[in-house]
Design a protein around this ligand. Structure first.
Ligand code: TXA
Ligand code: MG
Length: 348
């Protein structure tokens, strides 16, 4: 792809930074690509209704063209033109969780190009909670397709600096704003199956969703590896994901068991790292990075992607990650880490 002259814009405050928000909207309306902040991760946005604009997203990321994009809206009325059906479950979910880190999959309308839906007859819709994100959608006056703004396969960006590192020269503009509050991508639920299914866990948890959709099922791909020949419900599941250059091993067990295992590994290779909980620190002998307390899944979610990038900055060859429990937001953290590890898991 040809090198772009990437403009760096700023949007921390809706009023003080209104000029840059308007400019971002204008660029998007003209078919350009702009990286925007959201509460989950930064997103690489383009006009979702413009096939040519959307094509630049796939090019910038190096993303396979059959991996569909999420379409972002700023208010509920905007969904009317984008989907072909309005099941009552949509109202229930929207009322409880929008704006917020939940994506809902529905049959698409004619207006959504196949380039946006990855060739599927369905479309994923999300209304972000982040005020800057919604102000930019409003200013663009079009729905925005926006995958995470990382190079395909790498950890998702949760800060402006991550976006610049991955995408400077590949997009038309990058918006500088706060680090992402949630840190993992939105929960994805499909209403196109009976019963509905959770395809990707996020900050909106399975139990919160089941209060509204009691028969919601957890898709097999959330916790299990999908082989290349299986038809997947969400194309994103089959691709390599969130992988730093370091070899990652997930280790399941108590603090004592994790530390004992890690300490036996550093006896063989002094350079390897422990990625562990604060409680583990007194027990591990080698180098370590922590990602919150064992029961604090909110902090773990906020920190994991920066942590995976940090391993590369330190030129780590191999890291052993103490696996989080899979309750609440822990399921989302576990889901991302197991992919970063290429499903390489040790159970103690
Ligand atoms: O939090 C988020 O959702 C972020 C921010 C930027 O909003 N976006 C994001 O997009 O994570 P992306 O493209 O990295 O992940 C979208 C996931 C992919 O796994 C994709 O396969 C799935 O959603 N997806 C999108 N449309 C789908 C559809 N019609 N059917 C099934 N899966 C779909
Ligand atoms: Mg992504």
């Amino acid at each position: 792809m040809c090198e772009k002259n990437t403009r760096l814009l700023k949007a921390y405050d809706l009023e003080a930074d209104s000029t840059d928000i308007e400019l971002a909207g204008q660029l998007l309306r003209e078919g350009k690509t702009v990286i925007i902040p959201t509460e989950t991760v930064y997103g690489l946005a383009a006009n979702a209704l413009d096939e040519t604009a959307v094509k630049q997203i796939f090019e910038a990321k190096g993303r396979p063209s059959d991996n569909p994009l999420i379409v972002h809206i700023s208010e509920l009325a905007e969904i009317d033109k984008l989907v072909a059906e309005f099941p009552k479950e949509l109202d229930l979910l929207a009322e409880s969780f929008w704006p917020g880190p939940l994506t809902i999959i529905l049959p698409k309308s004619e207006l959504i190009p196949l380039g946006t839906s990855g060739g599927l007859p369905t479309v994923a819709i999300r209304m972000p909670e982040n005020e800057v994100a919604r102000a930019i959608i409003k200013s663009a006056k079009v729905p925005l397709a926006a995958p995470s703004a990382n190079r395909s396969g790498s950890p998702s960006p949760t800060t402006f600096e991550h976006c610049v590192a991955d995408m400077d020269g590949r997009v038309d503009a990058i918006i500088e704003s706060y680090p992402c509050k949630v840190g993992v991508e939105s929960t994805v639920v499909t209403l196109c199956t009976t019963p509905p299914r959770l395809l990707r866990p996020g900050a909106v948890t399975l139990s919160q969703l089941r209060r509204v959709l009691p028969d919601l099922m957890l898709d097999r791909g959330v916790l299990n590896e999908i082989d290349n020949d299986t038809t997947v419900s969400s194309p994103g599941m089959k691709y390599k994901h969130y992988a730093p250059k370091a070899e990652i091993v997930m280790v399941k067990g108590t603090s004592d068991a994790f530390a004992k295992y890690f300490n036996s590994q550093i006896a063989k290779d002094k350079q390897c790292y422990a990625v562990c909980f604060e409680e583990d620190v007194p027990l591990v002998w080698g180098k370590y990075i922590t990602y919150g307390k064992q029961n604090d899944h909110i902090t773990q979610a906020r920190e994991i992607f920066a942590l995976l990038r940090n391993l590369d900055e330190r030129n780590v060859n191999k890291a052993f990650i103490h696996a989080p429990d899979i309750d609440g937001v822990g399921l989302a953290v576990y889901n991302r880490l197991i992919r970063s590890a290429g499903f390489n898991v040790v159970e103690l």
